[in-house]
Design a protein around this ligand. Structure first.
Ligand SMILES: C[S@@+](CC[C@H](N)C(=O)[O-])C[C@H]1O[C@@H](n2cnc3c(N)ncnc32)[C@H](O)[C@@H]1O
Length: 304
């Protein structure tokens, strides 16, 4: 049992410390899902620091090795990384592709699916290429790699169904005839059966519009800095629903303000959060003042 427990809730435990060290003390095969967003290889560093692009893979692999060790056989590792620009040039860095290749080729993870997080509220950057010279456009997506140790991790997309579009609702009402589309796809009458909602795409659209939570208000009142790179709750919510069942254990080894733990608790999952910055970790406890009754869901139906 790691000794650096900072707080506990009904379903979870938050540790303050280096996740590499703390994960080493977690039991092999004890975690159903790791959802996390480590510091990205940004040229202009956030206040919590990050490894440079050229060192990023070497920095991250030891963490990923531990993650593989503590994941259950049918568990998943969901990794959010943002892209970066090559310093001084209007060119993209390849660090996140190198990372993905190393995770799969060196550590033996499988890539189950890649997702894209579209954040319409992202600021245009780098200003030199986008706003001043106008030779690049706004970078508004981040990468989310869904990885697993075996080729068939636990997953159920019926837990993340979205509301049907008005067109689909009309089709369900009217029914369809057996037909072949110009693309060659066979459309059968069962296409228009009501299956409770539409299957979501691998593009997740959500901004970070958390402004009214107790965490934000109380952090401000205490004069504390709000974590500068929080997940929108809809993001971990999507993967916690898709990849776990109530009672399963979710870990975030770069927990920041512990959005993941808060979402997991609200969805009835157990959780473990590790954050090395003591002030972030302490303030993250404020999240648990609000029990999210309905977890924000990127248009998904509230299915648990
Ligand atoms: C991108 S932020 C995560 C934010 C989080 N997703 C949220 O919703 O608040 C990355 C966090 O990883 C933390 N961190 C960096 N290295 C760490 C380590 N070795 N162990 C634990 N936490 C670490 C940083 O202090 C930072 O808060």
């Amino acid at each position: 049992m790691p000794s650096k427990t900072l707080y506990e809730t009904e379903l979870g435990k938050a540790y303050c410390g280096d996740s590499l060290e703390i994960m080493r003390s977690l039991r092999k095969g004890s975690i159903d899902l790791v959802v996390t967003s480590p510091p990205y290889a940004l040229h202009f560093k956030k206040e919590y620091g990050n490894a440079d692009q050229s060192e990023y893979v070497d920095w991250f692999l030891p963490f990923a090795e531990q993650i593989k060790h503590i994941l259950k056989d049918d568990g998943s590792f969901v990794l959010n990384v943002g892209g970066a620009w090559t310093p001084g040039a209007p060119l993209r860095s390849l660090y996140h592709y190198r990372l993905l290749l190393a995770l799969c080729d060196t550590l033996g993870f499988n890539l189950c699916q890649e997702f894209f997080w579209y954040n319409p509220a992202k600021m245009p950057a780098p200003a030199e290429w986008v706003n001043v010279r106008r030779i690049r456009v706004k970078d508004s997506v981040e990468y989310i790699f869904w990885l697993s140790a075996n080729s068939n991790p636990k997953a159920d997309n019926s837990r993340v169904l979205q509301e049907y579009s008005p067109d689909m609702r009309r089709l369900i009402k009217r029914g369809v005839k057996n037909t072949v589309r110009p693309s060659g796809h066979n459309i059968k009458t069962t296409f228009a059966a009501d299956k409770g909602g539409s299957i979501p795409p691998n593009l997740i659209e959500c901004g970070n519009n958390e402004s009214n939570s107790y965490y934000i208000k109380e952090s401000k009142r205490r004069g504390h800095k709000i974590h500068p790179a929080r997940f929108p709750a809809a993001l971990p919510s999507f993967f916690v629903r898709l990849l776990t069942a109530p009672g399963d254990v979710v870990l975030d080894p770069f927990a920041g303000s512990n959005t993941t733990g808060w979402v997991a608790e609200s969805l009835g999952r157990k959780w473990v959060a590790i954050e090395k910055n003591r002030q972030y970790a302490l303030d993250s406890q404020l999240r648990f003042h609000d029990k999210l009754d309905v977890v924000p869901t990127n248009g998904q139906k509230a299915l648990f």
